[in-house]
Ligand binder design. Structure first.
Ligand code: FES
Length: 62
């Protein structure tokens, strides 16, 4: 689990697409709301722990 800050106050409409659109659910993408592959850095997070990532992408356990 990780602590993620969201600042938008409204939803983002995603219109129907010809191809799949992948929405970031890990909170680390630099191309929000879309996945940019940054979730790969969460693979070794331990269950039951909470992490925070700084602006440089460094992980800190809370
Ligand atoms: S799910 Fe967040 S970058 Fe892929």
């Amino acid at each position: 689990m990780r602590k993620v800050l969201k600042s938008d106050k409204r939803p983002l409409e995603i219109k129907p697409q010809q191809e799949s659109v992948w929405i970031c659910m890990c909170g680390l993408s630099k191309n929000q709301p879309f996945c940019d592959g940054s979730h790969k850095t969460t693979r070794d997070e331990e269950d039951g722990k909470t992490y925070e990532y700084d602006a440089e992408g460094h992980r800190h356990e809370l």
